[in-house]
Design a protein around this ligand. Sequence first.
Ligand SMILES: [Cu+2]
Length: 285
Amino acid sequence: MNSLALINEFLGQPPNASAHGYQIDHILEFCHWFMAALFVGWSTFFIFVLIRFRKRRQPAADHAGVRSPISTHLEFSVVLIEAVLLLGFAIPLWAKRVNQFPPGKEALVVHVVAQQFSFNYHLPGPDGQFGRRDVSLVINSNPLGLDPNDPAGKDDIVTTGELHVPVNRPVIAELSSKDVIHDFFVPSMRIGGDAIPGSLIPIWFTPVKTGTDEVICAQLCGLGHYGMKGTLVVDTPQDYEAWLKERAELAGGVQGAAPSPAPGAPQPQSKPPAPAASASPSPGG
Ligand SMILES: [Cu+2]
């Protein structure tokens, strides 16, 4: 397992920090080792053919070609292994990621709204309810167009660039965009998904290590794309509650009542079609 993991390190992957990430790592490792074996095998065969069928040894062409069945068996094996990889591992893993969302009550639901060139985050605040948003209310000081007259939105938390989440609790991030197609990609969580204007695309992950992780935009989204980075801070539950309280206070939210973020997160507002989500570990989109 450790020798297998070498290839991910070699490819520059940050250490995995999510519950499902080891499965992604495993399939990546397996695919890379398999491709390495194919590369060495076919290269050896190519060199063998160059030598074996050189002109000096084989002055006249042989029109009958290969008589041994070995190449047929080899090619069939390759197709079989690839089919097993795709049907046996890749598709079930992907299906699990996009079909089996954690229950909304158990998860922290956060709206991720991308724009050129930053990520905005919208959290429901202590009341556990997202306030209404309206595109006509969007101004520089209200980047998400939160309706100031909606009581549910009074304690909502909106941040740009930095998102805090508690460790060991599933996070459902609902991705959308204000302008062009972006991609919310958190390499250490082995998760990413496109943020598309007009769509609400849910992805989910469970952080298992506290610390600070990098968020990057993985779709070429304009001139400032290179700088479209953010931070995901995975806190202990106590630190997270302290952060939540501080942000809620900054937002002028409901005071007095103890914030109960852990059980208070609401159901996702809608359940968009599952295949829209992506468990792609690569930034290619
Ligand atoms: Cu972007």
